[in-house]
Design a protein around this ligand. Structure first.
Ligand SMILES: [Zn+2]
Length: 567
């Protein structure tokens, strides 16, 4: 019986040509060998699984091959095969994480004086070199300062910033890149063809995508998938194993929001909940998806880095979605998701946040910004492309804050200044919604059409836009009202009367795009009784500020008419 060899080991590159995605490095190394300009110490830095130690081994073979130094080690001589098998006396691989003390480095130094036994060089490959202790680094530094002629160090690290500058400055540094999805797929395709494994293209894409640039991860996932499935491997199986949500679902969700198809949006979220998807991760992934969609929308297909994010197979539909959505709408979804991402992990009923987002976004366009492309030209022109480029450069989580005065069209009262009472009420209301959802889904649907939920004069007030008159009236039916009041009482441990109002005042709606804006809290602060909410003095927003903000909104409204663009 032959022992199973993992794909990673079996398919580990044996020559520079086989190393995937690091041409900029292998070319330089080959040149250096050809020109006999070999450095005494190299530092290979980069994420895990991208080929650092593999390249180090190939370099060792290139230097010590019996035909060497050569750019093309033969892989057949004793030197080459011993290095491949990890048995060479001259090439020592040391794991910096487990041999990090000064004793190990001292021992290493004591042996450095010996001449190589088989090859021409004595080569030390120290992996995860940043893990060494300071004493070990100091001992190492002495060797690096006066390296014996036949000794070469190759350091590898995933955290170059943790390597002392004194060491770095003595090394030739090579930065390994993450391997692109296309390159990973290419190699996986070659492997599966050679190994006669039946697997479809979307499956390979999913595996490559989940590996986030690490070939080793991709190969071990493929191993896992092969072990799991008995016949032809399909993307369903891969998704199962990886616990992945396919892009297609994200596309459907965004499309539902854009099309104001609340039903489909809520159904998708319900599906996530039933399938036990980790919603925090879902929001992060959805945020990245939408971010890439915005790049595609604003920069176009040719200039957008989203090219490598979306798979070829999904291009057609993603482009259609980008074409159909307005830039404002996409940015608005990103904004919402950012807010949710910050809160969702601490929320008792995380899906409520997502459902509220779907409903709110689907209804936010009635009076203000349209979500679809047609007729959205004015707000479109207000988007500053520079902001998007800045976002693209990794500022996804901290968008530039605009001075509200100087940019009246983009007024947004933020809900960042969290206060305990606001959080408490939000948590409480989510709890109530979650229970109603479980006990009477139709009632839940009526409630979801409401907005600006707050407590006023000891009553639970829910506003409804005129077009949701039906929802309002249904909610006001005796048995429904009673149900809400009962559940609220059980969760809050105090009774309250439910009051439904029509709230179609335009400025109200615009200011209350976020369900729990400052304005609501002001009301709460003024009216809440001692046993309901206990506002903290320091957190009150003074009413002058609200009036001031209202004025800014009015100014914006005068300037741009019915348009309201939220940044
Ligand atoms: Zn050889």
């Amino acid at each position: 019986m032959t022992q199973y060899q993992s794909l990673y080991r079996k398919w580990r590159p044996k020559s520079f040509e086989d190393v995937v995605g690091q041409n900029h490095i292998t070319r330089t190394l080959k040149n250096a060998i050809k020109l006999k300009r070999i450095a005494h110490s190299y530092l290979f830095s980069g994420p895990r699984g991208v080929g650092k130690t593999t390249t180090a081994r190939i370099l060792a073979k290139a230097l010590n091959c019996q035909n060497g130094p050569t750019e093309n080690p033969c892989n057949r001589c004793t030197c080459c095969t011993r290095i491949d098998g990890g048995q060479s006396m001259d090439v020592l691989e040391i794991d910096g994480a487990s041999n990090r003390g000064i004793d190990e480095i001292r021992e290493l130094r004591s042996k450095i004086g010996f001449v190589p036994t088989e090859g021409k060089y004595k080569i030390y490959i120290i992996d995860e070199v940043h893990m060494l202790t300071n004493e070990a680094f100091n001992a190492l530094l002495k060797t690096l300062e006066e390296p014996p002629a036949q000794v070469i160090f190759i350091f590898a690290t995933t955290a170059p910033h943790k390597v002392p500058k004194t060491i770095l400055s003595r090394c030739q540094v090579f930065n390994f890149r993450r391997i692109s999805i296309e390159e990973t797929v290419e190699k996986l395709t070659r492997i599966t063809e050679e190994e006669k494994i039946e697997i479809d293209a979307p499956s390979l894409h999913l595996i490559a995508e989940s590996a986030t640039g690490s070939m080793r991860d991709a190969e071990s996932t493929l191993d896992q998938v092969i072990a799991y499935s008995e016949e032809k491997i399909t993307s369903d199986v891969v998704r199962d194993i990886l616990g992945l949500i396919p892009h297609e679902i994200f596309r459907q969700l965004i499309a539902a929001i854009i099309n104001k198809d609340t039903g489909t949006g809520l159904k998708l979220i319900d599906k996530f909940v039933r399938e036990g998807v980790e919603l925090g991760q879902l929001v992060e992934d959805l945020l990245i998806y939408t971010h890439n969609l915005s790049l595609l929308k604003i920069l176009g297909k040719d200039n957008s880095s989203s090219l490598s994010y979306f798979e070829k197979t999904e291009w057609e539909e993603v482009e259609e979605l980008a074409k159909k959505s307005s830039t404002t709408a996409i940015l608005k979804i990103i904004e919402e998701l950012r807010g949710i991402a910050e809160r969702i992990r601490f929320h008792h009923y995380p899906w409520v946040l997502l459902e509220l987002m779907v409903v709110r976004l689907a209804h936010s366009g009635e009076k203000g910004t349209r979500l679809t492309e047609d007729g959205d030209i004015r707000s479109e022109s207000k988007i500053d492309k520079k902001d998007i480029v800045a976002e693209k450069r990794g500022k996804l989580k901290t968008p530039p804050k605009k001075d509200q005065e100087s940019s009246p069209a983009k007024v947004k009262i933020t809900a960042d200044d969290k206060t305990p009472e606001k959080d408490n009420f939000e948590q409480l209301w989510s709890k109530v919604l979650a229970r109603i959802r479980k006990e009477k889904i139709s009632l839940y649907a009526f409630l979801m059409a409401g907005q600006n939920v707050h407590i006023e004069d000891g009553e639970l007030v829910i506003g409804f836009p005129k077009k949701f008159l039906f929802h309002k009236e249904s909610l006001e039916k005796k048995e429904n009202k009673k149900k809400v009041e009962e559940i609220f009482k059980e969760e809050a441990s105090y009774g309250i009367r439910l009051k439904c109002v029509i709230s179609d005042n335009e400025s109200d709606e615009a200011l209350n795009l976020d369900l729990y804006e400052d304005k609501d809290r002001i009301k709460d602060n003024h009216t809440a009784t001692a046993e309901t909410l206990k506002p903290e003095e320091g957190n009150k927003v003074n009413s002058e500020e609200i009036i001031h903000r209202n004025n800014i909104f009015k100014k914006a409204h005068d300037l741009f008419g019915g348009e309201f663009s939220e940044e």
